[in-house]
Design a protein around this ligand. Structure first.
Ligand code: PLP
Ligand code: TYF
Length: 397
């Protein structure tokens, strides 16, 4: 039986990192996997994380199991950070979180919960993060794409998207990106978010919001507009949260699934289903990352240090966007890449074909995903001219 299983291709995004490492060219440029990097290509451990983890390791007295909800204080800290203590859903104890193995764990448990509640179809804007489909279809949901982004014009096609959304029914699910859309960097405006929630109220579908880049767009409060509005307006909603990027905790697998229910008791019921679903998969989440996040968020000084470091990361990525657009203008590309400064977060998507991404890689050593997604962290003063020259050669000549 096991001998019937053939070798599969590696994860398309993670496979790109391996191909980049194996490339001997010195001037190669890594715009692949979504990890923050400094101009010298490092992904450092944040100082607040270092401090918190030193304290944790020094004071640790046991490695006994965590409770199924995760590290003590973690869920409340994440809910307060994302929704804020004064949010009505928080005040009414209608918003609670369980710790999950990364945002991926939250997406999978969320998918399972929706399936258990009777959902069959989850609608996603096209394109979306490559892992949404495997994570949600593994939970038994049918994943259906709606038109979302116009790749030629590099803008959201909101009318097209809404024509799809307007067909959703009660028991359907709409997956939205909370901020810093992956792969396009094109975020919905507040008015557009309001229009989608008008439809959700009217048609009664469930909104599931994936938030993996909180703080990378415009800051912690502005980036939370969608989730705060969903929790304020909709009777119930689910939010998956990742601490991989904003705490730089990637390999520790720290994330959360937040339930906002119709009442405090309803939310408790949702949480009980989440922990029961986790029991069917991994029982309880790993400890280290969640303990780090909860100790940072519960300590005023560490919290301030973390916020300032996150703000530096955000500014660095915005700076890289400006650098790329300015260099393109200086190298006679006109307004070809101007859309990049109108977008948010780690990614933008170049208006290129899969074949062109292969020419970028083979001829110029520029690595991006097959849909033209570029990680803006990989752009720096040392490589930006080569990158623009490659763009001119591959796309415009
Ligand atoms: N959702 C999106 C859109 C992502 O880009 C990611 C990747 O970082 C995740 C969820 C899940 O992240 P992780 O499981 O690494 O916390
Ligand atoms: O989109 C990205 O690059 C990040 C990192 O299986 C990632 O979200 C990529 C692939 C994967 C898990 C995380």
């Amino acid at each position: 039986m096991l001998s019937d299983l053939d070798l599969l291709a590696p994860d398309a995004i993670l496979g790109l990192s391996a191909a980049f490492r194996a490339d001997p060219r010195e001037n190669k440029i890594d715009l692949g996997v979504g990890v923050f990097r400094t101009p010298d290509n490092q992904t450092p451990v944040m100082k607040a994380v270092k401090r918190a983890q030193t304290q944790i390791v020094d004071n640790e007295s046991t490695k006994s199991y965590l409770p199924p909800e995760g590290a003590p204080g973690f869920g409340d800290a994440i809910v307060n950070l994302l929704l804020s203590e004064k949010h009505p859903a928080v005040k009414d104890a209608r918003a609670l979180a369980v710790q999950t193995p990364g945002g991926c764990g939250a997406l999978r448990i969320g998918g399972e919960l929706l399936k258990r509640a009777g959902a069959n179809k989850v609608y996603v804007g096209e394109p979306t993060w490559a892992n949404h489909k495997p994570l949600l279809s593994a939970a038994g949901l049918e994943v259906i794409a709606l038109p979302f982004y116009n790749k030629e014009n590099c803008v959201i096609d909101f009318d097209d998207f809404m024509s799809g959304v307007e067909k959703l029914e009660a028991d359907d699910v709409l997956l939205l990106h909370g901020c810093c859309h992956n792969p396009t960097g094109a975020d919905l405006t507040r008015e557009q978010i309001d229009t989608i929630f008008d439809a959700a109220e009217k048609q009664n579908f469930v909104v599931f919001i994936d938030t993996a880049y909180h703080g990378f767009g415009e800051g912690l409060d502005n980036d939370a507009y969608m989730v705060r509005e969903a929790a304020r307006r909709l009777p119930s909603t689910l939010i998956s949260y990742s601490c991989s990027k904003n705490f730089g905790l990637y390999r520790e697998r720290a994330g959360a699934l937040i339930a906002v229910g119709e009442s405090a008791d309803h939310t408790k019921a949702l949480i009980s289903h989440m922990t029961s679903l986790a029991r069917g998969m991994y029982s309880m989440p790993p400890g280290h990352g969640g303990l780090i996040v909860s100790s940072i968020l519960q300590d005023i000084d560490l919290s301030a240090m973390w916020r300032s470091e996150l703000s530096d990361m955000r500014e660095a990525v915005i700076g890289n966007r400006e650098l790329l657009v300015k260099t393109a203008q200086e190298m006679q590309l006109g307004d070809e890449l101007d859309f990049i400064t109108r977008q948010r977060g780690m990614f933008s998507m170049l208006p290129v074909t899969k074949e062109q991404t292969e020419i970028f890689r083979d001829k110029h050593g520029v690595y991006m995903t097959g849909n033209g997604r570029i990680n803006m962290c990989g752009v720096n003063t040392g490589n930006v001219e080569a990158l623009v020259a490659a763009y001119k050669d591959v796309v415009l000549s």
